[in-house]
Write a protein that binds this ligand. Structure first.
Ligand SMILES: NC(=O)c1ccc[n+]([C@@H]2O[C@H](COP(=O)([O-])OP(=O)(O)OC[C@H]3O[C@@H](n4cnc5c(N)ncnc54)[C@H](O)[C@@H]3O)[C@@H](O)[C@H]2O)c1
Ligand SMILES: N[C@@H](CCC=O)C(=O)O
Length: 521
């Protein structure tokens, strides 16, 4: 147990206080320092050695697309194959490395991340377009994953008790799986990449780590932090590349034992299908963890604190410009309070500062990329056909940054596209329901089931929602984003994914196989 190593119990890393001038000064200094490092080159790292590639990924600042954040190696199938080989070789020693030693690497990585916190926040701002508080929350969450999984491994290292049987010793314990392919999205480029990678590593697996093509510089920094923490060569192989170029190859290869993916439903389902086929020479059924999108709803009834509801909806809808799988994209308001809550949402949304994340007051930064900007702009056109746009403007010139202002559509049909499809931008669809029954029915009328919320003071309704609201992460009388590691294990139902519950007590076991050993004396 963690007590054996003298560890304090897990506690979430506190967020930085941006009203503290000291923190503001430190971040400005980090932004300047990192600003001087923009445009640098980052090779792949395979088996601990830098590997140059013919092509490159040119990563840009979404708030200023002409600014190159960095140039990162762009793996082809050749380098992806090299990475799988290196991970396969490293598995031979890493699987036998004591769990305590593996946990120590995570603890050390957390310490390195803490020391480099302002620098990492700065990279999040430049490459991810994150407002300050969001960028900071990313690094805090990454630290949390490292600290939490280090302790979880110590809890699980000796397995679990089984029923005693006369004349025998019976043991039940866990062993690593093998080579894992880690495929991450761009929207939580430090936290999710660190979380998925550290869980795989601490359980004794070796990995090929593929960050999103939009945030590959941050991927290189995360790899660097693990190296600085003393992770042996070959355990983590940094293999940046385009999903369309190396994704299928990594998923289908016989050397791959498991895939840990976070991203869109479309890609997740593709991975799931391809991983199910048995490649020649493959000796296992591949395991797939696929955490995917959402079309998350908040229901407000007539008993609710309407002020709190409007605040929770606005924060959940527009934080990081709505680019969270947990974002509120549907507000379902009972008809007797609909107009009042809508009015309060509009008030709040209008007051949000939109722009390049140059100061702590900016709440809505840019969308991540031109394709994402075009996708959201397209949905705004769809929304204008399907409902009434009561807030928002047509997006401006993408050459000036991928900005879209907070947008609200009202009067939509719950079956319309803007009420059914994941938009992944600062676009909220407000729906009207006759009563709580209808509100819950509308909330559940989605192929997704990631997050959800209810604002109500009615105990009976809350208890009903507790069981009937189809969401892996359900919140009452608060915002529906910002799940905390160890506190709200994260992962959805239905087509939101495999319900892996990152940051929870079952997560690490998904990266291992359990063994029963019986010895008769
Ligand atoms: N449920 C969660 O925990 C969670 C968390 C964050 C984001 N998301 C979801 O992620 C999506 C946004 O992320 P995104 O745009 O990066 O998603 P995406 O599916 O486009 O890409 C995710 C990753 O998959 C890779 N990829 C693309 N094609 C592939 C293929 N054929 N094989 C293997 N890998 C491939 C990409 O290169 C990237 O690294 C949203 O839908 C969001 O809801 C979910
Ligand atoms: N875990 C994050 C969402 C991750 C997906 O984008 C939250 O709870 O807001």
């Amino acid at each position: 147990m963690s007590k054996e190593m003298g560890l304090t119990p897990f506690r979430n890393e506190p967020y930085l206080d941006w009203s503290d001038e000291g923190n503001v000064g430190k971040l400005r200094a980090a932004l300047e320092k990192v600003g001087g490092e923009l445009g640098g080159s980052y090779p792949l790292i395979i088996g601990g050695k830098p590997v140059e590639t013919e092509g490159e990924i040119v990563s840009e600042n979404p708030a200023k697309p002409s600014q190159v954040v960095g140039r990162v190696g762009r793996a082809t199938e050749r380098e992806a194959g090299m990475a799988l080989d290196a991970a396969t070789r490293a598995f031979e020693f890493w699987r036998n490395t004591p769990p305590e030693a593996r946990s120590r690497i995570l603890l050390r990585a957390a310490a390195v991340m803490r020391r480099r916190r302002f620098e990492m926040i700065a990279w999040e701002i430049y490459e991810g377009g994150k407002p300050w508080a969001e960028a900071d929350a990313q690094i805090a969450e990454a630290i949390d994953f490292l600290e939490y999984y280090a302790r979880e491994m110590l809890r699980l290292k000796d397995g679990k008790p089984v029923a005693p049987f006369p004349g025998e010793e019976n043991r039940y314990f866990y062993q690593p799986l093998g080579v894992g392919v880690i495929i991450a999205p761009w929207n939580f480029p430090t936290a999710i990449l660190t979380g998925m990678s550290s869980a795989a590593i601490v359980t004794g697996n070796t990995i090929v780590m593929k960050p999103s093509e939009y945030t590959s510089v941050i991927g290189a920094k995360v790899a660097e932090i693990f190296e600085e923490a003393g992770l042996p060569a070959g355990v983590l192989n940094f293999c940046a590349g385009y999903g369309s170029e190396i994704g299928d190859y990594l998923v289908e290869d016989a050397r791959t034992r498991f895939i840990s993916f976070t991203g869109s439903m479309k890609t997740g389902l593709r991975i799931n299908e391809r991983a199910a086929r048995t490649a020649p020479g493959q000796r296992w059924i591949k395991r797939v963890l696929a955490e995917m999108g959402g079309k998350d709803a908040i229901v407000v009834d007539e008993t609710a604190d309407l002020e709190a509801a409007a605040e929770g909806i606005a924060v959940s809808a527009y934080g990081y410009a709505g680019q969270k799988c947990s974002a509120c994209s549907r507000a379902i308001l009972q008809e007797d309070i609909h107009d009042e809550v809508l009015g309060r949402i509009l008030e709040r949304a209008k007051a949000l500062r939109v722009g390049p994340p140059g100061s702590p007051e900016v709440f809505v930064g840019p969308l991540i990329s031109r394709p994402q900007f075009e996708k959201v702009a397209g949905y705004i056109e769809v929304g204008k056909e399907e409902a009434e746009r009561v807030l928002g403007e047509d997006p401006g010139d993408p050459e000036e940054g991928y900005f879209v202002s907070p947008t609200v559509f009202a009067g939509a049909d719950p079956r319309s596209r803007i009420a059914q499809e994941e938009i992944f931008g600062p676009v909220l669809t407000v729906l009207k329901a006759r009563d709580f029954d209808e509100a819950l029915r509308i909330a559940n009328d989605s192929p997704y089931g990631l997050t959800g919320g209810v604002y109500s003071r009615d105990r009976e309704r809350l208890e009903r929602a507790r069981h009937e609201f189809r969401a892996g992460n359900l919140y009452f009388n608060r915002k529906i984003t910002g799940a905390l590691v160890g506190v709200q294990p994260f992962g959805g139902f239905d087509l939101s994914g495999t319900n892996a519950k990152a940051g929870g007590p079952d997560y690490l076991t998904l990266h291992m196989q359990a063994k029963s050993v019986a010895e008769r004396f």
